[in-house]
Design a protein around this ligand. Structure first.
Ligand code: FES
Ligand SMILES: [Fe+2]
Length: 367
């Protein structure tokens, strides 16, 4: 990156990657500045893999679903030949949505003026377009995205060259599957989706996710279940893992291990015996984000399983509200002008350091 090209808010020294013991956190301005948010939307989220949701939602030809991803509005579908496809959900006429919600369809009809697209994204008809000069319908197909199915989930990205760190997503998931074997996320059933709107920058939520340091203070109930002393963090190219034994199993938490995966920049997989939650952190503005939870379980049918699921979700909701409360207070602390940057615990904040270094790298490449 040429220094002359740095945006005014981005100081070269803040991009330096130092060992954890010497490192400072990223500066407060990166959490509170609307220009940084705009920069991240363009340079980070528009280029990264985004989790759309459960793959079982697109079983049959014609099945589609629309999602707001951090990279923009997306439609994912299974075309007539059974192939998965994804497009920006943006009509080439005047940017209307070509679909909403989910369902099964034969064509995509824009909800604004009714232009019709085939399931391969090509424009079929532009009603009443009349004698527009130099209008080639072939030039007005929907803008495609890459889409893959991985471990029972759908992921999209703009551009075949998108990676997670320097790895293709299938390589990241191969490593994760190997690590958590015999647990197999692809065998789980999708149960439901919840979402939480939070008054903090998306990075505050991610930083908070990436350390167990706050467990004793913020989550006394969860801290009784997990093994704080043995809580470990491992970092990899493009992703990280925190794990702990479940020291005190409960009705909702069976004996075994808890694995908390973070996939840069905004995907989390929370894996416990018999269940997985995925979290996607959607940046909504410099001081707002939405966290979307999808719940998957080995058994979503039996009555005993349903009781356990209800306990799991209600306990998860308690933990989430504790995290929301602390994150919203941190955002206020970052925004009030007295805090510039802090230092990190060598013992407990390895994952935060790793995330912030990936961010520094992404900013460097994007600037
Ligand atoms: S914006 Fe889609 S038909 Fe007009
Ligand atoms: Fe937490």
């Amino acid at each position: 990156m040429k220094a002359s090209k740095l945006p005014a808010w981005l100081h070269k020294a803040d991009l330096d990657v130092l060992p954890l013991a010497k490192a400072s956190t990223i500066p407060a301005s990166w959490y509170v500045n609307a220009e940084v948010h705009e920069f991240e939307m363009r340079q980070l989220f528009a280029r990264s893999w985004q989790l759309v949701g459960e793959a079982s939602s697109l079983r049959s030809p014609g099945d589609f679903r629309v999602e707001d991803t951090a990279g923009g509005p997306v439609i994912a579908l299974r075309d007539k030949s059974g192939e998965l496809r994804a497009f920006h959900n943006v009509c080439r006429h005047r940017a209307g949505p070509v679909a909403a919600g989910s369902g099964n369809c034969r064509v995509l009809r824009c909800r604004y003026h009714g232009w019709v697209y085939r399931l391969d994204g090509s424009l079929h008809t532009a009603p009443e377009i009349g004698d527009v000069e130099d209008f080639e319908p072939g030039d007005f197909g929907l803008v495609p995205l890459e889409i893959i199915e991985e471990s029972g989930m759908l992921f999209v990205a703009a551009g075949a060259e998108a990676t997670i760190g320097s790895l293709a997503p299938e390589n990241v998931f191969a490593r994760i599957r190997e690590r958590i074997h015999p647990f197999d996320p692809g065998q789980l059933g999708f149960y439901r989706r919840d979402s939480y709107d939070i008054s903090c920058n998306w990075k505050v939520y991610v930083d908070n996710y990436l350390e167990g340091y706050h467990l004793p203070q913020v989550h006394p109930e969860l801290n009784k279940i997990l093994s704080y002393q043995d809580y470990k963090t491992e970092v990899f190219d493009g992703y990280s893992l925190q794990y702990s034994d479940i020291a005190q199993p409960t009705d909702a938490y069976s004996p075994g291990q808890a694995f908390y995966y973070f996939i840069f920049p905004n995907i989390m997989l929370n894996i416990l015996p018999g269940r997985m939650q995925t979290n996607v952190v959607l940046p909504l503005g410099h001081d707002r984000c939405r966290v979307v939870f999808d719940y998957y379980y080995e058994d979503i049918i039996s009555e005993a399983a349903r009781t356990k699921i209800a306990e799991d979700i209600s306990f998860g909701d308690l933990v989430q509200k504790q995290d929301i409360d602390i994150c919203e207070q941190v955002q206020k602390g970052l925004a009030c002008g007295v805090y510039e940057r802090g230092r990190l615990s060598v013992k407990r904040e390895h994952g935060v350091h790793h995330f912030q270094n990936m961010l520094r790298d992404a900013y460097s490449r994007g600037a």
